[in-house]
Design a protein around this ligand. Structure first.
Ligand code: ASP
Length: 581
């Protein structure tokens, strides 16, 4: 038997018991006639003690043990003379009676501690060692807990987990596909699913009624901190439901997860329309942990001789409470911040609302105290507040102000990691116009249903159509999104046409779905949650990478196994791929 207990298990109640433990040498401390070793496994750390008086030979052997050696010890649980309140096993130690080295280890390239000296790249290269660190393991245990509670909730609501294939035909979800060449059908390719969208709709046609799957999806996109080429969704679909049913059921799931995983009651989720989100926050995934909504000053600022504001299509302002004490230096720095290419503003106007009721602005030359007072009223600003203005086209001003709002929220400490504010954003437009390619794109995906009352607009004004589509947003992160689907062949055909597919292309790519619609497709709809994102949110981290056991880096590489990699000529030939570019 390798062990009678784990390294996290023994307490003072076990005093005087003889036990066997196995684990890794986390730390060795030598003191003349005495050696202490911290023995680590997944469950914790237990101190081992070797001393000269007790057994000289064992003491000598213990001194050969390096970090990360795998050992087995047998010994007596003994009360410690100096206890360690920081760890659960800190009242006891094992006085070792026999020692077996199960395996040696090279010196690890970085310290396996919460605070490690290893850089990102090195830790990823030796991810199996990185995963021995408590905090990294804790992230994966959190992930496990979230998955378990998702399954628990959905099972209780009669959802069935069904696996869908990974080698499929392309399903457009707005990203590029990863493709796999077929050896048996040379010159042809599978696509890896960007999501199981069409399969879950087919399952509804099959009568499964409620489906879910915690499933890998693949999108060949440029990567950012919160993106991975392969990621996991909690993918769900339901039949005989309206939008309201879906919102309620999945609001319940997220409330349940917060309660189970974090012990937090997040309450009822507010619902705002896409239009309101854009108007008030300039963003379809607003962070509502803080208010700071947009004020529209376009008309109010006109006619005082300041050309930039006079001619702007849109003038927006936000009020930063209590920031009238910003120094000139801070304001200049903020102005430089909005002018960075990533934000792209031409400049920024500010108004300090002084404690004595006067105003100091960067445009005092053009605007009187009375003018600025009116601005302040419009912006609900009080003495002590700072008003920031940006102007431009409505689209640019909203986008830039959205960034500035988030930045001010961060600078003012209003975006706390341990505070969670979730909401639904509903009534998304069905389509968005792609100026570059001069065509309509589905904002969610081509299977999303227009609101029934808007269907006639497909012929006259597609841009005005609203969809039965919704996103769940938590702390400014889109954690889930879905829609009510089209389930009628004619409407689906019309949708493909609006998106610029010829009949033939639509049939080639989606014939199977259109055919299925002819065999009694029920009304249905669904949603998918970004599982990695949800976990990183629960864990209070910005990057999803920390919650994935073996993630890829920013270049889409796995630096540990060194993938992607070239394949040999023989393999290429078998696949019917002749030359390598
Ligand atoms: N398949 C969609 C997505 O991946 C989600 C859904 O509509 O259910 O975003």
């Amino acid at each position: 038997m390798f062990r009678t207990h784990t390294c996290g298990e023994l307490r003072i109640d076990n005093n005087n018991q003889t036990v066997t433990l196995s684990g890794w040498v986390a730390k060795r401390r030598d003191f003349g006639a005495l050696t202490f070793i911290d023995l680590r496994d997944r469950y914790g750390i237990t101190q081992l003690s070797f001393n000269e008086e007790y057994n000289q030979q064992l003491l000598a052997e213990s001194r050969k043990l390096g970090r990360e050696f795998v050992i087995q010890v047998n010994g007596m649980v003994t009360e410690r003379s100096s206890k360690n309140a920081k760890i659960p096993t800190g009242d006891i130690e094992i006085v070792v009676e026999s020692l077996t080295i199960l395996n040696s280890s090279l010196t690890p390239p970085f310290t396996i501690e919460e605070e490690t000296d290893g850089g990102d790249e090195l830790r990823m290269q030796y991810r199996y060692l990185d995963l021995r660190r408590d905090n990294v393991r804790a992230n994966l245990m959190l992930r496990h807990a979230v998955a378990k509670h998702v399954r628990g909730y959905l099972d209780q609501k009669e959802f069935i987990e069904v696996e869908t294939p990974v080698l499929i035909k392309s399903t457009p979800e707005g990203a590029r596909d990863f493709v796999v060449p077929s050896r048996m059908n040379q010159g042809e390719f599978y696509a890896l699913p960007q999501s199981p969208q069409t399969f879950k709709q087919l399952l509804m046609i099959s009568g499964f009624d409620r489906y879910y799957q915690i499933v890998k999806c693949f999108r060949d996109e440029d990567l950012r901190a919160d993106r991975q080429p392969e990621f996991t969704q909690i993918d769900c679909e339901m039949s005989f439901v309206e939008q309201e049913d879906i919102l309620n059921l999945f609001e319940g799931m997220v409330q349940y997860l917060f309660k189970q995983v974090k012990g937090i009651d997040i309450g009822t989720l507010p619902r705002i329309t896409y239009e309101e989100a854009m108007h008030n926050y300039g963003n379809d995934k607003p962070d509502i942990r803080f208010d700071m909504q947009f004020n529209y000053l376009t008309e109010l600022v006109k006619g005082k001789g300041f050309p930039i504001l006079d001619t702007a299509e849109c003038v927006l302002a936000i009020t930063a409470n209590g920031c009238a004490n910003y120094t000139r230096k801070q304001l200049d720095e903020l102005t430089e911040w909005v002018k960075r290419p990533q934000i792209g503003a031409k400049g920024m106007v500010y108004v300090l609302c002084n404690a004595d009721g006067t105003f100091k602005s960067s445009v005092d030359k053009f605007y009187s105290q009375e003018d600025l007072k009116q601005w302040a009223e419009k912006c609900h600003a009080q003495a002590g507040d700072l008003i920031l203005l940006l102007s431009g086209t409505t689209k640019d001003a909203q986008k830039q102000m959205s960034e500035l709002r988030l930045e001010m929220g961060s600078r003012m400490g209003l975006r706390k990691k341990d505070e969670f504010k979730a909401l639904w954003v509903v009534d998304f437009p069905l389509l968005e116009f792609d100026d570059e390619n001069n065509r309509w794109h589905a904002m969610h995906h081509p299977f999303t249903s227009p609101k029934p009352a808007d269907i006639p607009l497909l012929d006259t004004n597609p841009g005005a159509i609203k969809a039965n589509a919704y996103d769940m947003v938590i702390n400014g992160v889109e954690v889930g999104g879905g829609s009510i689907r089209i389930f009628n062949k004619e409407l689906q055909a019309k949708m493909f046409k609006t998106l610029g597919f010829t009949d033939e292309e639509a049939r080639y790519q989606f014939g199977f779905l259109m055919n299925a619609f002819e065999y009694g497709a029920p009304p249905h709809g669904g949603i998918a949650f970004g599982f990695d994102r949800l976990c990183s949110l629960f864990g209070g981290a910005d990057s999803i990478r920390d919650f994935i056991a073996f993630p890829k880096n920013n270049q889409g590489r796995d630096v540990m196994i060194d993938a992607p990699s070239v394949i040999d000529a023989k393999q290429l030939k078998e696949l019917g791929i002749n030359s390598q570019i």
